[in-house]
Design a protein around this ligand. Sequence first.
Ligand code: G3P
Length: 224
Amino acid sequence: MRLFLDTASIDEIREINRWGVLSGVTTNPSLVAKEGGDPEAVWKEILAEVDGDISLETTELEAGPMYEQGQRLAGMAPNAVVKVPMIPAGLEAGKRLAGEGIRVNVTLVFSAAQAILAAEIGAYCVSPFLGRLDDVGSDGMKLLHDICEIYAVQGYASNVLAASLRHPMHVVESALAGADIATMPYDVFTKLVKHPLTDSGLERFLADWRALHEPPGPDADQQP
Ligand code: G3P
């Protein structure tokens, strides 16, 4: 399962990218707006920083303008992936873009039926939002399992991108479910590496190592 960051912050992306485990970035209009400034400049910096898929989201609501916007976004760099929303216009624009070899990420997916539609237009990936489903009392992980099973049974080529992940177990369970990609905020990414036994174990190792190199104390030669 490939690990993506769900952010438009270049500082967060640079930090995680140094770990050598970052395979891509997903952005959305809210995340880009949070950074302020010119969205194109934000996207360009991310596209240049990460050697992997970078999802850039369309904001047009009609199929024609959405398709044209998608073409422009795809033209920004070879690693650009165009996000379209799961609405009829998104399917229409996405199908045209995918037909031209542009990689499409169908976003705002909340049901298995929607995920079938995304696969049928030849989307590069489908993004079910797990956390937002959990927020309204539905089972986001159950949806992810269903989508992974349907795609396997049907032989759909689209990648399943588990999105709206809120904690490390969402990531672990997404891997178990068979998701191809998991995207998560910086905060969740940093929690993946943390374990209290790692910290206490390292502290003990280093304390023992320091003790070995300390000069012997005044009582060192005295026998009890
Ligand atoms: O970017 C898509 C998705 O991951 C959003 O997540 O945390 O806003 O529900 P969230």
